[in-house]
Ligand binder design. Structure first.
Ligand code: ZN
Ligand code: ZN
Length: 590
């Protein structure tokens, strides 16, 4: 995954992605007419203006993207803010109408569509989804304060002072939040309680500790300490309010088909509908089970000799996966194993000529910072679009202090095979490589409004692409384990749609994940929790993957012997983090 810190209501799910992009700025647009220079200059001016206006409107998001002019402001989630946002959206949609997309360069056309989609998504969110009325977890400011205290973008004293100004507004923020909530979803109420309570340490401890490391006067420090105490009291009052809220009819945690279909349309921006994507995922699951059964039968003798094979196919696959999972590193060797693999991946890609790897900006492997929730695993933190020189980090969770059984279960999951696939996905040539490419072009729109399905889809696609090109020596073990890993993204889509657009029960979900996707009970329970507090995001991995794979196969068929895999990858990545459907249009028209 890419680390995202969602702070306030529903802006599209992208935050810490670096990026910038634009694609090849050729003059020929999709309608074949020649792009008009004056129109394009006008559009560029418009989009610059849009971004500036956006940050005035969304100061918290601006902070995370590395734009620090409004770091002292906190948006109070009241009716006035809602009306101001709606006015902003209609004004911007009006301005967009002045441009004929057919006269824009491909890069500007894509920017146009991404801005338009963002604005309509925002409008729909406030007018139809109305998450602020039923999701108590959307109200949380401690993550923002933690981010400002730990990311080193300015001297600590400045950051602390900005935090203080935001902290002063926290009581008003939670008062407004209480007013907005009407019929909280039970599961989201609990999440709101857990996350707000879990973030209290930021005000109680982190902020107070940071004060001590500045040369602010004793008087200033006193005022700041008092403000932090008041803010913490406001968070506690909000939590108490949620806890004591009874005697109402909670909203169902399921989104319902109508809202789900719309959210999918805006968030995924696929050329398929949600239902078509779900149907494709079901077929993919069948296909994967067939492949996995074949490999398991082939491997049986090697691992089990003459012992009888389970008659049930899923049981056979499960036993094989279980056996292979025993091959894993020791708890304290996790980070070192990751560090050792990265140069090997680069060497493989160069040897096979799969795509150009820029090695001037190395990836820094680090232990996951404490404020990133402490969920062990791995993720990429890229600098914001205003901080192109910043480091890109590969955050690796530490297993230190874990009970032995928990660590063992985790290491079995990230075993010898899966750990390599994880590195391909997160780092090279997955997320990290994609970000390096995206950073090259000048369009900031594709960076701040980047499409999550394209980003995740690319990472998933590269796993398969590496194996297809012989990574792991074509060992059947590697393929089997990849299929298992890939089945997870496929089942994420099936699960999400079945739960939110249908009526899938928890028992049915756990059966799908443990029996048909070979997940451990704990992992499956965790996934159920995730699907009951999020919607649509879980479909981004498979949806983006399938769109990229289909594009490649279409081009292969069309170009025959002239198809060049490296050229395909480099061109695909040159458009930045745009929705795959727009990239496909541009690549297919050539
Ligand atoms: Zn990912
Ligand atoms: Zn073990």
């Amino acid at each position: 995954m890419i680390k995202k810190t969602l702070l306030y209501l529903s802006f599209p799910l992208i935050a810490l992605m670096s990026c910038n992009s634009g694609g090849t700025d050729s003059k020929n647009n999709r309608s074949g007419s020649v792009a008009d220079d004056a129109v394009n200059t006008g559009f560029k001016n418009y989009s610059d203006q849009f971004v500036t206006a956006l940050w005035v409107q969304e100061p918290e998001w601006a902070t995370q993207m590395g734009y620090h002019k409004f770091d002292a402001q906190l948006t109070i989630p009241d009716e006035a803010t809602k009306q101001r946002t709606l006015a902003f959206v209609s004004a911007q949609l009006d301005s967009l109408k002045a441009f004929d997309p057919a006269l824009l360069t491909p890069s500007h056309q894509t920017d146009y569509r991404m801005i338009e989609n963002y604005l309509k998504f925002r409008q729909w969110g406030l007018q139809s989804l109305k998450e602020g009325e039923w999701n108590p977890a959307t109200y949380n400011v401690t993550g923002l304060i933690a981010f400002m205290l730990s990311e080193n973008y300015a001297p600590l004293k400045n950051r602390v002072t900005d935090c203080y100004k935001r902290i002063l507004q926290i009581p008003a923020y939670y008062e407004a939040a209480k007013q907005q909530l009407k019929n909280p979803v039970e599961e989201l109420k609990q999440l709101g309680i857990d996350q707000n309570e879990g973030g209290l340490y930021v005000l109680d401890k982190d902020f107070i500790d940071s004060l001590a490391h500045t040369d602010l006067s004793a008087q200033e420090k006193d005022s700041m300490r008092i403000a932090a105490q008041r803010a913490a009291a406001a968070v506690k009052a909000y939590v108490a309010h949620l806890r004591s809220w009874k005697g109402y009819t909670p909203r169902d945690f399921r989104l319902g088909k109508a809202l789900y279909d719309d959210k999918f349309k805006y968030e995924i921006q696929s050329s398929l509908t949600a239902e078509q994507t779900y149907t494709a995922a079901l077929a993919r699951k069948q296909y994967l089970h067939g492949e996995m059964a074949g490999i398991s039968r082939q491997l049986w003798k090697k691992y089990f000799g003459d012992a009888a094979q389970p008659a049930d196919t899923l049981a056979l696959i499960g036993k094989m996966i279980d056996t292979l999972s025993a091959s894993h590193v020791k708890p304290d060797g996790f980070q070192a194993a990751i560090e050792k693999q990265l140069p090997e991946l680069i060497r493989f890609i160069r040897e096979k000529n799969l795509l150009y790897i820029d090695s001037t900006k190395p990836l820094v492997v680090r232990k996951e910072p404490a404020y990133m929730a402490g969920v062990a695993g791995a993720s990429i933190s890229a600098p914001g679009p205003y901080d192109k020189g910043g480091n890109t980090y590969y955050n690796v969770g530490s297993l230190a202090g874990w009970p032995a059984a928990k660590a063992e279960s985790y290491l079995r999951e990230y075993n010898h095979y899966i750990l390599q696939i994880l590195n391909i996905h997160e780092a090279i040539p997955g997320h990290y490589t994609q970000l390096v490419y995206a950073n090259r072009s000048p369009s900031i729109i594709k960076s701040i409004l980047g499409n999550g399905a394209m980003v995740e889809g690319w990472a998933v696609y590269t796993e398969q692409m590496m194996l297809e090109n012989g990574y792991g020596n074509n060992e059947p073990e590697m393929w089997l384990m990849w299929y298992k890993w890939h089945l997870r993204t496929v089942c994420n889509t099936i699960l999400d749609y079945s739960v939110h657009a249908g009526q899938m029960s928890k028992d049915e979900a756990l059966r799908l994940l443990t029996k048909e996707a070979f997940q451990q009970q704990a992992e499956a329970e965790g996934k159920w929790k995730r699907v009951s507090v999020t919607s649509v995001q879980l479909t981004s991995y498979y949806s983006g993957y399938q769109a990229i794979y289909d594009l490649r196969e279409t081009l292969k068929k069309r170009m025959g012997k002239k198809f060049d895999l490296r050229a395909f990858h480099e061109q695909f990545l040159s458009y930045g983090s745009a929705p795959v459907k727009y990239i496909s249009e541009l690549m297919l028209q050539q």
